[in-house]
Design a protein around this ligand. Sequence first.
Ligand code: NDP
Ligand code: MG
Length: 334
Amino acid sequence: MAIETLYDKDGSLDALSGKTVAVLGYGSQGHAHAQNLRDSGVTVIVANRADSANGKLAKEHGFDPLSVDEAVKRADVVIVALPDEVQPEVYEKSIKPNLRAGMALGSTHGFNVHFKTIVPPTDVDVIMVAPKGPGHTVRSEYENGGGVPCLLAVHQDASGKAFGIAMAWAIGVGGGRAGVLKTTFKDECETDLFGEQSVLCGGLSELIKTGFEVLTEAGYPPELAYFEVCHELKLIINLIERGGLNYMRYSISNTAEFGDYHTGPKIVDARTKETMKQVLADIQSGKFAKTFRDDYANGFVWFKAQREKDRNHPVEKVGKELRAMMPWLKPVEK
Ligand code: NDP
Ligand code: MG
C-alpha cells in the first residue's frame, strides 16, 4: 500500500491507561467510540444533553451524560463527536476554557482544525481517528470481533506521545483489527469533502434525479424509472464494494457492460472532470468551508431550502410507495 498502515501490534492500549477519555456527543460516531473504548477497558465519560434521544441512549448504555464543560474538566483525552458546524462555538464556550496543558484533543473528522475554525492551544496534543464507516457499523463490527478501517493523524504533538495516544484510541475503537491508515488532517479533510460532494452524495443524488426526470418526462411510468435509476443501485454497489468495477462488470450482462463503456464517458465527460477540479480547488482554498459556515451563521437558510425542495422531488414520492412493497428493505421515512 502507498500509505503506511498500522494494526493492533503497532500500538498499545497502555497509552490510555490511567487516563479518562471524554467523548463529546453521543450520536452516530460518539456512541460507537464511547462504547468500544469502554469495552476495550478504557475509562470513558460522555457529554450530551441528558434529556435528548441520544442523551437517553447514553443513560441506557450505562453512561451518566455530563455537560461539555464538566466532561472536559474531568478528562485527559477529549474526543469531539459533535456536528462539524456546532464544534467552533462549543469549543470556544466549553472546551477551550477547560483544556489543560498535556491533554489530547481528538476529532473524528479534520474539518474544523484544518480550516482553523478551531485553533487549539500549543500545549495540547491534537489528534484524529476517523473511522471509514458510519458509527453504527463501527459499533456492530467491534461487537462482532472485527473493526472498521480508520484514518489516523497527528496535527500537533505537544507531549511527544500524541501518536501513541491516537494509536491507542484507534485500537480501542476496533480500527487496529482492520487497519489504521496514517494520514494528515489536510488529506483526510479534503478528500472526504471531495468524495461526498462529487461522487457519493452530490454526484449520485443528481445522477438519480436527472435519470428519473429524463425517463418520466419521456412518458415512462415513475415506478419503472425508480427501479431502474435508484433501487437497483444497491445491487451494483454491493458488487463494486466486494470486487471493484471489474467484479461488477463480470457480473452484469454483456449488454449492460457494453452500454457502460459506450455511454458512461458521455455522461461524465471532460467538462465534468474540469468541474470536479474546480470543486477540489474550492475545498482546498477554504471557499467551500466558508460557504458552509456563512450559511450556518445565517440560520442555514439556503441549506434548509434545498432540503425541503429535494424532499418533495417526484423520485421521493414514488420511492416511498415502492419501498412499502418491499418490507425486507426495512424502509425508513425521515
Ligand atoms: P450526530 O449528528 O450523529 O451526533 C451529534 C451529537 O452531538 C449528538 O449526540 C448531539 O446531541 C450532540 N450535539 C449536537 N449539537 C450540540 C450542541 N450544540 N451542544 C452539545 N451537543 C450537541 O453526529 P455525527 O456522529 O454524524 O458526527 C460527529 C462527527 O463525526 C463529525 O465531525 C463528523 O464529520 C464525524 N464523522 C461522522 C461520520 C458518520 O458516519 N456520521 C463518519 C466519520 C466522521 P443531541 O442528541 O442532544 O442533539
Ligand atoms: Mg464524509
